[in-house]
Design a protein around this ligand. Structure first.
Ligand code: UDP
Ligand code: MG
Length: 334
């Protein structure tokens, strides 16, 4: 395949970014006029993930006057992973780069990614050399989480990598065949395999506005990641039962020996009884909770709902054209 002149799509999920969008457009313009010039054809797909502010207005205005831009508006907020999926499925390029609207992923790194793509790689991760001034809690939890994920899922997850990555059309087709409702693209993309590599960059701070991922949302994403890549938490029940069975047998043994060998009278201890009851009760509740999480996910998956719904598309200066992938349905197989 000739990879010299490329048709590249940039996919950007946008949620309440009215403050950052003007800066984003300016930066994209200067990248298109500078480092991205002469690379080939470039399209920009902006997905509005149900913003409540003026984001869609700004995207619409931009896309109406710029033929390279496509705006996709989801019918409500579906979450970043779904918005990203919508963008990847609306993109028409032979390769697609996804990046955040807040410019934490600098467009200037894209030529390096494309160079790797031209060498034949199907997935190129943008890997952070540094993380700007993100709080230490985010760094520590992220590091711990990815180690845990790798251990229990067996899939090697590219470190220090957000959703800034280039994917070839082939990789996108494979990714599009994975229709899970609780998506964790950072785990799904390594899972599809193919030739993957990375380029290093310095991650800046958000240029404006504030993060949409406070700690509790990060934790939800993290559990989605674990639950979508691994059933290890379900095995906890079995492991704990083995452990507790051993402890019980040991305890009964000790009691019997105490009574028959040493003649210690059997006075039922209230403390040990209560301790046992509460420990067992707690463990059972925790495990029931884990089972519940998985059953909930199975329930949501069997409903086969689309991953996202599109309400409006503005494409290259035109209004609502017949959009592709508007429902996040499984792609037709031929
Ligand atoms: N985003 C989205 N839907 C959401 C939350 C976030 O499309 O429900 C977008 C957001 O506009 C940004 C990207 O996802 O382009 C990453 O979000 P953010 O920068 O807030 O996350 P952080 O970099 O702090 O992890
Ligand atoms: Mg960000």
């Amino acid at each position: 395949m000739d990879r010299q002149q490329i048709f590249l799509s940039l996919v950007i999920p946008v949620f309440n970014e009215e403050q950052t969008l003007p800066l984003l457009f300016a930066r994209i313009d200067s990248a298109l006029a500078g480092p991205l010039r002469d690379m080939g054809t470039i399209e920009v797909v902006l997905v509005d993930d149900g913003s409540a502010d003026r984001s869609w207005e700004l995207i619409g205005a931009r896309c109406r006057q710029d033929a390279r831009c496509t705006g996709v508006r989801l019918s409500r907020n579906f979450g970043q992973q779904a918005a990203l999926t919508a963008g990847l499925e609306a993109a028409r390029g032979e390769a697609v780069v996804s990046l955040d609207a807040d410019l934490q992923d600098p467009p200037e790194v894209i030529p390096e990614m494309v160079a790797m793509y031209r060498k034949g790689y199907d997935v190129v991760y943008g890997t952070r050399r540094s993380r700007g001034t993100e709080p230490w809690l985010k760094r520590v939890t992220a590091a711990g989480f990815y180690t845990l994920m790798e251990r229990i899922s067996g899939v090697r997850i590219a470190r220090a990598t957000g959703d800034f990555r280039l994917m070839s059309r082939r990789a996108l087709t494979h990714l599009a065949s994975l229709r899970e409702t609780h998506r964790f693209l950072r785990g799904l993309v390594p899972w599809i395999g193919l030739a993957q590599t990375r380029v290093l960059y310095d991650r800046g701070d958000r240029i404006a506005g504030t993060t949409h991922f406070p700690l509790h949302k990060m934790m939800m994403l993290a559990f989605d990641g674990i639950a979508s890549m691994s059933v290890a938490p379900l095995r906890l029940a079995f492991l704990m039962s083995v452990l507790l069975f051993a402890i019980c047998v040991g305890y009964i043994g000790v009691t019997v020996v105490k009574f028959f060998v040493f003649g210690v009278p059997m006075v039922p201890g209230w403390t040990s009884l209560m301790a046992t009851v509460t420990i067992f009760g707690t463990i059972q509740l925790v495990l029931l909770g884990i089972f519940g999480e998985y059953i909930g996910r199975i329930y949501e998956q069997v409903k086969q709902r689309p991953i996202y719904l599109v309400s409006e598309v503005i494409s290259g200066g035109k209004g609502d054209e017949a959009p592709t992938g508007t429902r996040g349905d499984p792609p037709a197989r031929g």
